[in-house]
Design a protein around this ligand. Structure first.
Ligand SMILES: Cc1cc2nc3c(=O)[nH]c(=O)nc-3n(C[C@H](O)[C@H](O)[C@H](O)COP(=O)(O)O)c2cc1C
Ligand SMILES: [Fe+2]
Ligand SMILES: [Fe+2]
Length: 392
């Protein structure tokens, strides 16, 4: 078994997680340009607790790291803050290596642990909001924090050393850096991550943040990405993001087969820029979903550009529109730019998908064939109208 130099993040907490530099996709959806980490932490008082495990496939590394610090067989508790396999998938393996250990989870967490990992009932211990676990000289306090981002999620707080373990909340997909100040692009990655994973749950995020602040943590040790030893920075950002504080900014996502829609997008983006509005343009066939999600975190309006294909949106645009709907960004306004040849249909489908989001569709320009001067003028006028809303 390999030996590891296991890092300590506070007096009695070791980081026993793994770095997955090579992973490029999460949830079969989310690109991760710098990989990610699966952070697992070993807390040692007179008794020892493991906080979360790692993605399946890395069990051996987790075990080797724990073994560098203590005999895994002496671990008495495994805290499962979240049941998703990237953190709980190594539970069956670890329960085999830690015969004395019970799994601590919320009631919903316990049900998921049985469902996914066949954790036997006699090895499950349900914790409620505010419950404490005495490790002998150290105390773990549990806080229910549902829907961050599954219904069972909770936080764990090590009181004596003021280390907060919020699992996915406040995390980032990047393998770079053990500490926040060792990754100069951490907040870029954290914003992408927030947009993809936490944005649909902003209300719950506000409550989670309030709980986190209430603990006044010295260290925030999430389940992905570096450990925050400047906890205020990430909490202040989450305050903006969970509140849905938007800026004078428009995100344009579009696809175009023969450049008609693309020409309208150019006119739109130039006029918005001329009107003093920040613009982010994403061409969908080459776009990184994480970049789009990041831009949606604080954009005040969204423009969707798509030709009509087979009576509806181009499939890439339908995908983008569905994603916007699912991610529930705080944007208030939308507009649609489209081109068709014989019957149209893209605009109708865009309305069907975006309608339920509650965003106001400020305007639509739907052109037969390529746009001429008059249609460019219409796009420019729509841009001015959008700019007025966005600035207001
Ligand atoms: C595969 C395919 C399917 C299309 N389906 C439709 C359609 O159902 N209705 C329609 O009015 N035009 C349809 N069109 C025509 C395009 O909407 C039209 O060429 C449009 O101007 C293309 O805009 P773009 O240059 O932004 O790609 C289709 C074109 C292609 C290539
Ligand atoms: Fe998760
Ligand atoms: Fe995760």
């Amino acid at each position: 078994m390999s030996r590891y130099d296991v890092e300590r993040i506070s007096d009695n907490v070791h980081w026993v997680g793994v770095k997955d530099w090579d992973r490029r996709l999460f949830d079969s959806l989310i690109p991760m340009p710098e990989g990610t980490t699966y952070n697992s932490y070993l807390v040692r008082g007179k008794k020892a607790a493991l906080i979360d495990t790692v993605n399946p496939g890395f069990e051996g590394e987790l075990l080797a790291k724990i073994s560098s610090v203590m005999d895994p067989a002496d671990i008495e508790h495994i805290v499962m803050n979240h049941a998703e396999p990237d953190h709980a998938g190594s539970l069956p393996f670890m329960l085999g290596k830690c015969p004395k250990a019970t799994v601590l989870a919320t009631e919903r967490g316990a049900r998921l642990a049985s469902m996914y990992y066949d954790v036997p009932e006699d090895r499950l211990q349900i914790v409620k909001d505010g419950d404490a676990l005495d490790l002998g000289g150290l105390t773990l306090r549990f806080a229910e924090a549902p829907w961050l981002h599954w219904p069972e999620t909770m936080f764990t707080f090590l009181e004596e050393e003021r280390v907060l373990f919020p699992c996915d909340f406040l995390g980032a997909h990047t393998a770079r850096g053990l500490w926040d100040d060792q990754n100069d692009e951490l907040y870029f990655h954290a914003k992408r991550y927030f947009g993809q994973i936490m944005m649909p749950f902003r209300k719950q995020g506000q409550r989670g943040l309030e709980k986190a602040r209430g603990y006044d943590p010295l260290i925030i040790a999430p389940s992905h990405g570096p450990v925050h030893r400047h906890p205020k920075r990430i909490m202040d950002l989450y305050e903006e993001w969970t509140e849905g504080r938007t800026r004078s900014k428009v995100v344009i996502v579009y696809v175009s087969m023969w450049s008609s829609t693309a020409q309208m997008v150019r006119t739109m983006s130039e006029r918005l820029t001329a009107e003093g509005v920040e613009v982010a343009v994403h061409e969908l066939t080459g776009a990184d979903l994480g970049d789009i999600a990041k831009d949606l975190v604080d954009a005040r309006a969204i423009v969707l550009g798509s030709p009509t294909v087979l009576g509806g949106l181009h499939p890439m645009a339908a995908y983008a529109a569905s994603l916007v709907k699912a991610l529930r960004p705080p944007a208030k306004y939308a507009a649609v730019l489209s081109s068709y040849a014989w019957g149209g249909g893209a605009v109708k489908q865009a309305g069907e998908i975006l309608g339920p989001t509650g965003m106001e569709i400020v305007g639509v320009v739907d052109v037969s064939g390529p746009p001429r001067e008059a249609q460019h003028q219409a796009v420019a006028e729509l841009a001015s109208e959008l700019a007025a809303r966005v600035r207001g």
